[in-house]
Ligand binder design. Structure first.
Ligand SMILES: [Zn+2]
Length: 492
């Protein structure tokens, strides 16, 4: 009896080990099935000079009461017209809300739904911090373009136009039509740019095959425990909602206080929220992300990722330890403002805190409110939502021809780099176009090291000229390939 039990136990262990090893090996490094395409001749110096000039226009998205710097946007528009004569002779151009630009390049086959390439003209303000080269100087030094907007997002904007100009010079006519949309207030959420731009197309009955906007990059060394290079393609975006917690109580003199003042009650509510994050974990998008990532990681990590049926709690706990990874697997909680009390010897009659949540697809502002009320579990704390909020975006499919177009083009222009779908933590203009297609992808064809996140929106934003050339090649290839019969969403 005892022997049989031990033998049975051993057999179970062996089976489990076999499954782990087999599943781990099934996630062996993927073979790139695609051949790199011959490198396209791009006039790198001319492209760099165009972008450098583009970086001198101070198209800053100030927001609030500050007016749009109209002259800067108009100067940028003039520069685009002058730099890309073929684009402006062949494509139609419409201006949306005075500053945003919508171009249309009709395709040979009107029955095919058009694609949409996006970038934005506006940049974030430059705050304190030492720039090695002036942020609006448009300088090219030792093969590097310096300036606000080099990456986010004039690099893409100019690369797209360079690509179309190059194709037009070759006499290329796309099989599938192409729209270009360059918003002017992306950094403010696109209220006067992308939102009316998408409405305009929808009102005309336009349906799109796919949208490609900024969001992901080719990154190296950004993942814990790996220096792997991967191409991140955003297939969803998180939303954002802010709640205010308020406690109102009788004031009075501080000499005979109640056990908890309004501030104490608020503090306890905050502590509970921080100690009980919104439940999350590895969902379908994360699983695809981790699966695509696994071959780049050491064997032990791969074994864990390949066997989530067994190691899920361990993997989720490990992800929780890293803020960027944790942000991927749950709606995040950030207590950002706290206010209460007026004087050292007066009991506060009012205390309040502001908590910002970044909503993961699957959660909503309503479910988050439920989480807050349940977690705080104290009727003395009033919970109210701020006026503005944005739900998480839908999740774009990765099993269709539209994603394959993006993935294959990355494979051809950046051979050997695995394509990894993920959820974009910030927001992009592309979210406004979901009513026109389910295939909304976020990828800018630039390579970055671990310092990328500090220079985007930070100081010393810059791009190597060679990166710009690769980006032009990427858009050229994407436009060329988009007319192939296997590159549509399948229903056009
Ligand atoms: Zn951007």
């Amino acid at each position: 009896m005892g022997k049989r039990l031990i033998a049975g136990g051993l057999a179970a262990v062996v089976i489990v080990l076999a499954i782990i090893v087999l599943r781990t090996l099934s996630l062996a490094p993927q073979q790139q099935s695609l051949e790199a395409i011959p490198e396209r001749d791009v006039d790198v110096d001319a492209a760099a000079a165009n972008l450098a000039r583009g970086l001198t226009f101070e198209t800053i998205a100030f927001g609030g009461d500050r007016p749009v710097p109209a002259e800067e946007f108009f100067a940028l528009h003039e520069h685009l017209v002058a730099s890309y004569p073929r684009v402006h002779a062949t494509l139609t151009r419409e201006v949306v809300s005075s500053y945003s630009l919508l171009y249309h390049w009709p395709g040979r086959d009107a029955a095919k739904k058009p694609g949409l390439l996006m970038a934005h003209q506006d940049v974030v303000p430059v705050d304190a911090g030492e720039w090695q080269h002036p942020p609006f100087g448009g300088e090219i030094v030792d093969g590097v373009l310096w300036g606000r907007g080099a990456i986010d997002d004039k690099g893409s904007l100019y690369a797209i136009l360079e690509a179309v100009e190059l194709l037009l010079a070759e006499g290329f006519v796309p099989e599938r039509g192409l729209y270009l949309f360059f918003g002017h207030d992306e950094e403010l959420g696109g209220p006067d740019g992308a939102i009316p731009g998408a409405d305009l197309l929808a009102a005309r009955g336009v349906e799109l095959a796919w949208v490609l906007d900024e969001g992901g990059f080719i990154v190296s060394g950004m993942l814990p425990g790996s220096d792997a290079t991967i191409a991140l393609v955003g297939i969803a975006e998180k939303g954002s909602v802010t709640y205010q917690l308020t406690v109102d109580m009788q004031g009075g003199h501080s000499s005979m206080p109640p056990r908890h003042t309004a501030i104490g009650i608020l503090a306890e509510a905050i502590t509970r929220l921080e100690q009980n994050p919104v439940p999350g974990g590895i969902d379908a998008v994360n699983e695809e992300f981790l699966e695509a990532l696994a071959p780049q990681l050491p064997f032990t990590v791969r074994a864990a990722l390949a066997n989530l049926w067994l190691f899920r709690p361990l993997v989720e706990a490990a992800l929780s330890g890293s803020p960027p990874m944790d942000a991927m697997q749950r709606t995040t909680t950030a207590v950002t403002v706290v206010d209460g009390g007026v004087k050292a010897n007066v009991l506060p009659s009012h205390a309040e805190a502001i908590v910002n949540f970044r909503i993961k697809p699957g959660d909503t502002a309503v479910t988050i409110r439920e989480h807050i009320v349940r977690t705080i579990n104290d009727e003395r704390v009033a919970v109210s939502k701020s006026d503005w909020h944005r739900e998480a975006s839908p999740v774009s499919p990765t099993d269709g021809a539209a994603f394959a177009l993006v993935r294959n083009t990355i494979g051809e222009v950046f051979p050997g780099i695995p394509v990894v779908p993920y959820t974009v933590i910030g927001g992009t203009d592309s979210r406004s176009f979901y009513p026109l297609t389910p295939n909304v992808f976020r990828f800018a064809p630039f390579r970055y090291g671990p310092d990328a996140s500090s220079i985007i929106h930070g100081t010393n934003e810059r791009m190597e000229v060679a990166q710009l050339a690769d980006a032009v090649r990427f858009y050229v290839r994407l436009i060329e390939s988009s007319g192939r019969p296997d590159s549509g969403p399948g229903d056009d």
